[in-house]
Design a protein around this ligand. Structure first.
Ligand SMILES: [Zn+2]
Length: 113
């Protein structure tokens, strides 16, 4: 059955009558586009907050597969660099907070408020 791909517009031979796209690439592109819509993002945000989803995430994070994946991922140079820069940012923020607090103490001590 001939059908027009709703992603690239090419006519293709649909093996299933409900096929909308000509190829895996077009299916992926359409899926990516769908995930960029405000509606989808709002849905994702709302869904990620449900107790079901949170329970699933917790259970999933405990599987041996996921733990092995996390371990392997944490060892990549990219991840190590990311962790380092994140820690540097956290330390810098802490320093700023301390400085701001000290400035606060100083300015109230000299009655500058
Ligand atoms: Zn296509």
């Amino acid at each position: 059955m001939l059908q027009k791909c709703d992603q690239c517009g090419m006519v293709f031979d649909a093996r299933k009558h409900y096929a909308l796209r000509c190829s895996a690439e077009c299916r992926k592109a359409a899926d990516r586009a769908r995930k960029q819509t405000p509606e989808y993002k709002a849905y994702e945000r709302a869904y990620s907050q449900t107790p079901e989803r949170k329970a699933y995430e917790r259970a999933y994070s405990q599987t041996p597969e996921r733990k092995a994946y996390d371990r392997a991922r944490s060892q990549t140079p990219e991840r190590k660099a990311y962790d380092r820069s994140r820690m540097a940012r956290i330390r810098a923020t802490r320093r700023l907070v301390r400085l701001a607090a000290a400035a606060d103490v100083l300015s109230s001590a000299i009655g500058a408020k």
